[in-house]
Design a protein around this ligand. Sequence first.
Ligand SMILES: NC(=O)c1ccc[n+]([C@@H]2O[C@H](COP(=O)([O-])OP(=O)(O)OC[C@H]3O[C@@H](n4cnc5c(N)ncnc54)[C@H](O)[C@@H]3O)[C@@H](O)[C@H]2O)c1
Length: 345
Amino acid sequence: MNKITIKTDTAESNIFIGEKLKNLSSYIPENKVVIITDQNIIKHYKDLIPDLPTVIIGQGEKIKTLDTINMIFEKFLKFEVDRSWYVLVIGGGIVCDIAGFAASIYMRGLNFGFVSTTLLSQVDASVGGKNGVNFKGYKNMVGVFNQPEFVMCDLNMLKTLERMEFLSGFAEIVKAAVIKNNNLFTYLENNYKKALDYNIDVLKKIVYESVFIKSEVVKKDEKEKGERRKLNFGHTFAHSFEKHLGITHGQAVSIGMVLAASLSQKYGLIEESDVTRIKNLLINLSLPVKTDFNSNKILSGIKKDKKREGEHIHLVLLNKIGNAVIRKVTIQELEKNINDLYSNF
Ligand SMILES: NC(=O)c1ccc[n+]([C@@H]2O[C@H](COP(=O)([O-])OP(=O)(O)OC[C@H]3O[C@@H](n4cnc5c(N)ncnc54)[C@H](O)[C@@H]3O)[C@@H](O)[C@H]2O)c1
């Protein structure tokens, strides 16, 4: 097992990669624990989950709303949860985002920990302290920065994931590599087949490296004032794809990264061969790299992005594989470039 610690001004969060769900009891208090999870986790792991008051939430992006937060609070009241209770969250990115937010605001905040059960949440969603829900169709519009006390990543739990959900996680791994670590990118190019075959040593390495990259960024910039923006590589566009095409977050990020890499080439920062390498790796990982989606919808999505600052947006580009740069561009300039690109995309 490997441990990575994120220490910020206000909290410490320990991420355990390769830990086993059966050891869960040593991470949580002996009593006054409430679990938040979803039906798939209950279906596959009921026997390994302690018999405690449990809130089961639904599935999919559509339940990432304030209504679900209300439902959780109603259950908390029924269980007589007070400030001395601990919230144990078991699930993927959706469960962690929602439940981390609920735990952070109920009675001004309860302590909480995550058992992260999808590849995407192990490498990204459960790490770094962003918790929240969507609002009126705007992605992650309401939320907090608040670190879980622990994040447990049991790699064996990935075997029960639907194949598409497993593949989706690789998009965030490729993102971590392209923005920060050329060696990880090359490692993925050489080992993707083993990773797709659930080789535990390969999975452990790539999950560890991805979490390490994210933790180093979060330590420097927990509240996303600068460096952390790089983690949004491809995401500015992905949010539109996710919303309108009904594809998974990871699939949307994959298409968004190809668009962001193509823009980087258009700005003269990387070569066409770099874009091709990124595309080929994503294709080898069975992730989508393009869509017929109309460029106007991407642009309207960007205009609604909460990270937009007036007429400007911080665009994350690459100046080589393994190094991202941030450019503040006008929406108008981006609009023109996307329209140019999209005609050949
Ligand atoms: N907070 C962050 O920093 C951050 C970063 C990236 C993504 N996200 C968010 O994460 C969300 C996507 O998360 P996700 O990809 O983990 O999807 P998800 O949470 O919807 O999980 C995917 C599906 O897999 C099921 N599942 C989960 N674990 C399982 C297991 N071990 N075995 C069998 N089935 C299992 C779930 O029930 C669900 O149906 C998006 O809302 C995205 O915005 C957040």
